[in-house]
Design a protein. Sequence first.
Length: 227
Amino acid sequence: MDEHRTGRRPYGEPVWPPPEKEGLPPSARLYGAPAAPSRVRVPSWVRRAALFAVVLAAGTALVAGVAAFVASRLNAGPGPVAVEDGVAGVGYTVPPGWAAGTVPPVTGFTSVATADGSALVMARPAGPVSASAPRAATLDLADLYGRLLLHGDTVEVVDDRPVTVNGSTGHSRALRATYSDVVNQPAYLRVMLLTKDGESVVLLALAQPDTPRRRAEIDAVFRGVTW
């Protein structure tokens, strides 16, 4: 059988594989020895684009980190708010979610703090009160403010007790009002009279609707009054 090999003699000394490729693997014999990769020059605009991408990514990560930090601070919500009543000479701290007001809605009170338009705490000086008669004065005040602020169809006494708050003594009385209509929810009113050195101060709290949470917040405010 004839053999036709272009560029080679059909007979004679074997010339395959070529002498210079002895010792190479079969793939190298077929395709040639692997050449070292050449150094490819990266265009300057590519380098600038890559640098810009890195800077942009770093800036985006920084902005995202700052945004996350601010969001975490906002989600944490504000802390307790301290109210200083220079006229009554008392200070009290309201829980997160409450805010100090400027003008008390009831004449005679000299400071106010509110919560979501559904609760408030106010304070005012009350003048001399006998140390032996704080309960009688507190009952009169609770009756007065109950008629002024509650206007309930039914009003009941839910708490009546002597109190001692940060060195001051006095009395506290709480009322709960309910309404026959379907619009007004039950309301809670608490009055506390504190006496010290022949002087007295009144604190009043009102919440509508009356909820365990609001009662607990009001109790905490009253327990923390300083005078």
